[in-house]
Design a protein. Structure first.
Length: 704
């Protein structure tokens, strides 16, 4: 039997197949932006053909997708309505009442996903403590439902005031709508996000409703297309929290899929960080469209409970739509292989955030793109082999890359084409290094004690220079780095998250209420795992969002693992909060009481295991036993000497464990190329990762 992992990116769709014998096969093809399922089905067919397998041999498929994200960004979701407590229908526009750019008098905010005429106030009211003040009027609700159905509404979000404390009125709305239009999608905030915080709850519930019909149809069609041919036995979807979800859960809570692809990469990065005993790692995932960065501490990725999508100013916090769902804490930079380079109005070189994507793609793809991109620059510098891109499946046109770089950058800046290409390469590296440095500083972390873990199709060519700029001495490029997020889908656990909104001073907590809620959440999670055949190796993690009394923002703190929490745990929880707060903000406030706002529980199954027989990588038909790993010597531009030099290029599939060397060198596989700079040492470790050690002193000599 075999398992297949699929990751849809903005430029490429990546696929990995692993069978029970440990044979791994990978495939990368251009994403079909108009209908991502086309690339998925075609890719699976190609992958099975290369592996000599049939779809009936596939036990499970795990799928990471950008479909929910793209639907929100491109405003291609369902025709959605919002039902709120009377007087609160404009919460989507008032937001947090904060300006992300205080001096911009022309400031814009993202348009709500629901038009104002489809945002309707309902006569109902619940107190913050759950007391029902005004029950729902069934007659009014039936009239509202009829009018929405006649208006062609496809999905409805219901978000009543304080429904996290008592969902009775929201549940009544769903029952009334189901009686009149059973096929109509309905998202209740008490199901999607039972948390305190009106704007975050409304925004997240609306986003869930907006993408629900689209995701439901996409997953049903995909399962039908694949299942109708005799497989797979199971189908899962990656969540933003780096865990698998069943298709049914994904269709109910599609808003949890927004960061599913990048989360899969972080999942395997953290897994390998533990295995390699490098628990403090900076994960860099650079693909064709963006670069994602995540900090991994003690083998665990940093996480968050809120992030933004569809930002008007791509990297400006507050300029996007707020989503409050559990997710790995990523920062995203407009730095990918397809990032477009241009000279701005001030005569300065800019790279990104706009990307050429898969259509038309970089100029060197020969698909109609005319803008200069990072991939074009890397090709001209010799980092990419024009005849071995995607293992030779795709030829890169050097002449078109040269023309694009000359027209867009070299000409306006009065540089040679190679000088312009080097500038593009260095600017994008500085963008990634600067973003990582600021990201770490905000969390009080010294990156000099970290290793850089580089994956994604473009990252290995840039990783060593990014590490040098961050003063990081160790770079790890894992085996199958170019498709690692797809592989990450296959090593991520099945996971379920629950939350309860209960705001109270820590000294006044009703621990019976907390413990009973945690017990109920755990029971639900274990039941869902049991449905998937998982009864052993289950992990339960409890957390709370805590803040100083009167503050607006919380810090998530892990709670003691005791079976029942009580007043005797208050001191331990307080200490954990103060340490976390001090680390993040550089101080603590001992004379102010603390309060809990949300209570969280995660139930996860064991992480799937796999073993890859890299010595017999049958996905590489030209591998011959005993053949030399050295493919050729190629001219590569070396920044230290400011000239082209002959550089050995190795076939990564022929490098065995323990083999080592010194840069400059290129190491190529089907999905990526690793550039090792002069004086850097590399070795192939037990898991076939390239471990690169940078010698900054020697590099300085070269620059001198």
């Amino acid at each position: 039997m075999a398992r297949v992992g699929v990751d849809i990116g903005g430029t490429f769709t990546d696929l990995v197949l692993i069978d029970d014998a440990g044979h791994m096969h990978s495939h990368k093809l251009l994403t079909t932006a108009a209908d991502p399922a086309i690339a998925v089905v075609n890719g699976i067919n190609d992958l099975l053909g290369r592996a000599g397998r049939r779809l009936s041999d596939v036990q499970s498929i795990v799928h990471g997708t950008t479909l929910a994200t793209n639907a929100i960004i491109e405003r291609k979701g369902a025709r959605t309505a919002l039902l709120t407590t009377d007087g609160f229908r404009d919460v989507l526009e008032t937001g947090k009442e904060q300006r992300y750019e205080i001096n911009d008098i022309f400031i814009e905010f993202p348009k709500p996903l629901v038009r104002r005429q489809h945002r309707i106030g309902i006569s109902e009211r619940t107190r913050y403590d759950g007391e029902l003040l005004t029950p729902l009027d069934p007659k009014q609700m039936r009239e509202v439902a009829s009018s929405l159905i006649q208006a062609g509404i496809e999905s409805i979000a219901v978000c009543f005031l304080h429904s996290y404390a008592n969902p009775t009125n929201e549940a009544a709305v769903k029952a009334i709508i189901a009686a009149q239009a059973p096929a109509l999608s309905v998202s209740l905030s008490s199901d999607v996000l039972p948390e305190i915080g009106e704007y975050g709850r409304v925004s997240t519930t609306v986003a869930n409703a907006y993408v629900q019909p689209l995701i439901e149809k996409y997953l049903d069609d995909l399962v039908r297309a694949l299942g109708g041919r005799g497989g797979p036995k199971a189908f899962y979807v990656m969540s933003s929290a780096a865990g698998m979800m069943s298709v049914e859960v994904a269709k109910q809570f599609p808003v949890r899929l927004v960061e599913s692809g990048p989360a899969a990469g972080v999942s395997i990065a953290s897994h390998m960080a533990k295995l390699d005993e490098r628990p403090n790692t900076l994960a860099l995932d650079m693909g064709g469209t963006t670069a994602k960065i995540c900090l991994i501490e003690q083998g665990e990725p940093t996480t968050t409970t809120e992030f933004e999508v569809a930002r008007l100013r791509r990297f400006r916090r507050g300029s996007g739509l707020l989503l409050k769902v559990p997710a790995v804490d990523l920062i995203e930079i407009g730095a990918g292989g397809g990032s477009i380079a241009r000279v701005n109005g001030l005569g300065l070189l800019e790279v990104g955030p706009e990307s050429a994507g898969a259509e038309p793609g970089p100029a060197c793809y020969g698909l109609g793109g005319e803008d200069a991109t990072v991939t074009d620059a890397n090709l001209l510098l010799g980092y990419l082999n024009s005849d071995f891109f995607l293992g030779g499946v795709m030829h890169l046109d050097t002449a078109k890359a040269e023309a694009a770089v000359k027209r867009s950058v070299a000409g306006p800046l009065h540089l040679t084409t190679i000088e312009a290409a080097l500038s593009i390469h260095q600017v994008v590296n500085e963008s990634m290094a600067n973003a990582a440095s600021v990201y770490a500083a905000e969390k009080g972390i010294d990156l000099r004690e970290f290793a850089l873990f580089a994956f994604g199709g473009a990252a290995p060519a840039h990783a060593c220079d990014v590490a040098r700029r961050l003063d990081i001495h160790t770079v790890v490029v894992p085996y199958a780095a170019g498709v690692l997020s797809a592989l990450g889908c296959l090593v991520s656990p099945l996971l379920f998250d629950y939350v309860m909104g209960y705001m109270v001073r820590l000294a006044e907590v009703d621990w019976n209420r907390v413990n009973s809620s945690f017990a109920r959440f755990e029971s639900r999670g274990r039941a869902l795992l049991a449905d998937a055949g998982i009864t052993e190796g289950i992990a339960v993690k409890r957390m709370a969002d805590i803040r100083y009394f009167g503050q607006r923002y919380e810090v998530t703190v892990s709670l003691p693992e005791s079976s029942a929490l009580g007043a005797d745990h208050v001191t331990e929880i307080t200490t954990a909060f103060q340490e976390m707060y001090r680390r993040q903000f550089g101080r603590d406030i001992r004379d102010v009481p603390i309060e809990a706002v949300q209570w969280r529980l995660t139930v996860s199954g064991p992480r799937p295991t796999f073993s890859v027989r890299n010595e017999d990588h049958i996905d590489v038909p030209d591998v011959v036993g005993g053949a030399s790993a050295l493919k050729e010597r190629r001219r590569v531009f070396i920044a230290e000497s400011n000239r082209f030099e002959d550089c050995p290029a190795f076939n990564r599939y022929l490098l065995r464990r323990g083999e080592n060397g010194v840069g400059p060198a290129l190491i190529e596989d089907h999905e990526s190329t690793t550039f090792i700079p002069p004086h850097a040492k590399f070795v192939v470790d037990l898991r076939r990762s390239l471990v690169i050690t940078l010698d900054f002193d020697r590099r300085s000599e070269g620059l001198a």
